[in-house]
Design a protein around this ligand. Sequence first.
Ligand code: S3P
Length: 163
Amino acid sequence: MDSIYLIGFMGSGKTTIANHLAKKLRLPVQDTDKMVESYYQMKIKHIFEKYGEATFRMYEQNMLSRSKKENCIVSTGGGIIETQENVDMLKSYQTIFLQTSWEVIVDRLKEDKDRPIWNNQQRDKLALLHKRTDNYMEASSFIVNTDGKTSTQIVDEIITLIK
Ligand code: S3P
């Protein structure tokens, strides 16, 4: 089976859904954020502080291209679609866009201290969500709206879509 890639904004539930989906389909999970941290031996927060976002994007792209293309659930970072190369890569995979409303995202991330972009007061995150939405759409084979749904419902929806 082709791997299933999950994309979406920070706080859209990619990690949770990936784990749930992997358990249900009995497949391993990869997470491009975790892959970056283990490959480059540095926390994402520190990569941003020390080298800046552009370097993180390079690392992230490298991990996306190294991810397992078969029999795996791959969860990605919210900015994975920032480059056209990544959008093109994702378009050639089985990619699901988890679409979540701004209100739900804000509520989920209200205590977050680890995400450099979310915690950067200079960044307009709502504008970023709007700007990224076209790319999420372009990169994905399917869109799943997550608002008001349990993870079981979302996972079942994904399974029906990919059949
Ligand atoms: C980012 C999202 C994060 C992580 C990094 C940058 C972004 O992943 O890759 O902090 O640009 O939206 P999550 O979507 O898992 O929070």
